[in-house]
Ligand binder design. Structure first.
Ligand code: FE2
Length: 388
C-alpha cells in the first residue's frame, strides 16, 4: 500500500492546490496502436474533479509529449514502458498560453527528460508579474517558441494557431497539432466532447462522483452505475458553468443541520458538509452539453462565455483552417472524451452554431460566467481590442 501510494506522490501540489493534491493516480491508454497514447490524471476543487490529459505521439526516432502533466513515479513508469519500445522523449510541447493547469507539470517533467527540446505556445505569461522562463522553472537554453523559432516535425505534423486573443493580463492562444499519419488533430481546451459515462480513471477512486451524486451531507456514498453517472453529470455541470443555473447555495443553517453527523466526521465525507442544493429538474441543463449515445462535440462552455464573446471571428477562422486539413479524422483534446471522430461536417456545424442567433443568448446556466465576464469588461480588465 505504501509502495502503491509512493508511485502517485506529487510533492509540488501546493503550487497549484487542486484535488487530489499530493497523490495523483495516472492511467495510460493506447489511442492508436504503436502511434498515440493518452496519459490521464484528474484534477479539481472540492471533489469537483475532471480528467486532464497528456498526449504522447510517436515521432521520428522517439516520442513527443503534448500538454505536460505532473510527473509522479507512476507517470514516469508509464513513459519508460513506451521509451523502451519507441525511443526517447525528444520533445515536450506546451501548446497553450493561458491554461495554467497544463503548465504546472512542465518544470518537473523537463528536469526528468533533460535532453528533450521544449516548445512553447507564443505569449507565455504569469500573474501578478511576468517572469522570465527560467524563473518559472522552464530551462530557456533548450526551449523554443512555436512559429517564432520554427515548428518541430514539419514532415509528420501540421501546426495551426487559435488566437492570439488579448485578455488584458495576458493572452489566450492555443496551438493545435495535426498528426498526419493518424489523422488526429490535437487541441487543448477549445473543443471538447462530453459523454454521459464517467471516464475510466474514476474506476480507481469514484469518491468525487459518489460525493456529488447525493443531495445532502448526511447521505452515504452509494456506489452504483446510476450514482456514478449522476455524480459525473453534476461534475460536468460544475466544470462547464462554475455555478449551474439549477444549483442553489443553501443557507448556513441548512448546511449545518445535515453536517457533522456520526459516521460522516472525516475527510472523505468532508465532515458531512455539502453546501449545494440541486433543483428537481437539474438534469435539463445537460441537454446542450452532454451526449446521450455518443460524446457531444462542442466549443468548451467556459471558453465560450469567458474568452470568445468578442472573438467569434477568430474562432471561426481557426475552424475553417481545421476544416481544410486533408485527412482529418479525429480530435484529441486535453479534457473529456478522446479520440473523437471529427470531420469537415463537424467543423461546419460548429461554425454554423457560432454564427447563429442562439450562440449569443444567455440562459440560466450561463448567467454566472456571463456576469463575471461583464464585470471584468466593465472594470477594464478585459480590453476592448482583441488584437495583441
Ligand atoms: Fe485545460
Amino acid at each position: 500500500m505504501v509502495e502503491e501510494l509512493s508511485l502517485k506522490k506529487w510533492n509540488w501540489w501546493p503550487l497549484f492546490p487542486l484535488y487530489p493534491y499530493g497523490y495523483k493516480k495516472t492511467i495510460c491508454k493506447e489511442i492508436v496502436s504503436d502511434e498515440v497514447w493518452s496519459i490521464e490524471q484528474i484534477q479539481g476543487l472540492y471533489y469537483v474533479a475532471v480528467p486532464i490529459r497528456m498526449t504522447v505521439m510517436r515521432v521520428k526516432n522517439g516520442l513527443m509529449l503534448i500538454n505536460p502533466l505532473p510527473p509522479t513515479k507512476e507517470l514516469i513508469n508509464e513513459l519508460h514502458k513506451l521509451i523502451s519500445r519507441f525511443g526517447d522523449i525528444k520533445t515536450i510541447i506546451l501548446p497553450t498560453a493561458s491554461g495554467l493547469e497544463h503548465k504546472i507539470g512542465l518544470p518537473a517533467l523537463s528536469r526528468i527528460f533533460k535532453d528533450a527540446e521544449i516548445w512553447l505556445c507564443p505569449g507565455q505569461w504569469s500573474f501578478p508579474i511576468n517572469l522570465p522562463l527560467d524563473f518559472l522553472g522552464i530551462p530557456s537554453k533548450r526551449t523554443k517558441i512555436l512559429f517564432e523559432d520554427g515548428i518541430p516535425y514539419q514532415d509528420e505534423c501540421f501546426w495551426l494557431s487559435l488566437g492570439p486573443i488579448n485578455l488584458g493580463l495576458g493572452r489566450f492562444q492555443e496551438v493545435s497539432c495535426f498528426h498526419k499519419s493518424t489523422g488526429i488533430l490535437h487541441v487543448t481546451d477549445a473543443i471538447v466532447a462530453i459523454d454521459k459515462n464517467p471516464p475510466d480513471i474514476f474506476d480507481y477512486d469514484p469518491t468525487p462522483l459518489l460525493f456529488h451524486a447525493r443531495d445532502r451531507g448526511d447521505e452515504i456514498l452509494e456506489d452504483t452505475i446510476e450514482s456514478r453517472r449522476k455524480g459525473w453529470a453534476r461534475l460536468v455541470l460544475f466544470a462547464s458553468f462554475l455555478r449551474p443555473g439549477k444549483l442553489q447555495i443553501p443557507s448556513l443553517r441548512h448546511i449545518i443541520k445535515y453536517s457533522f453527523r456520526k459516521g460522516f466526521r472525516n475527510k472523505k465525507f468532508h465532515y458531512g458538509i455539502y453546501p449545494f442544493l440541486w433543483e428537481k429538474d437539474w438534469e435539463k441543463s445537460l441537454i446542450g452539453i452532454m451526449g446521450s449515445d455518443s460524446p457531444k462535440i462542442q466549443i468548451a462552455p467556459v471558453l465560450k462565455k469567458l474568452i470568445f464573446p468578442r472573438s467569434d471571428k477568430v474562432l471561426c477562422k481557426w475552424l475553417n483552417d481545421v476544416k481544410n486539413i486533408e485527412g482529418l479524422k479525429y480530435f484529441v483534446s486535453a479534457h473529456y472524451s478522446s479520440p473523437v471522430e471529427f470531420s469537415k461536417n463537424d467543423c461546419e456545424n460548429l461554425i454554423n452554431q457560432i454564427n447563429s442567433k442562439e450562440w449569443k443568448l444567455s440562459n440560466d446556466d450561463d448567467k454566472f460566467l456571463s456576469n463575471f465576464y461583464k464585470k471584468l469588461y466593465e472594470l477594464g480588465v478585459i480590453p476592448e481590442n482583441i488584437n495583441i
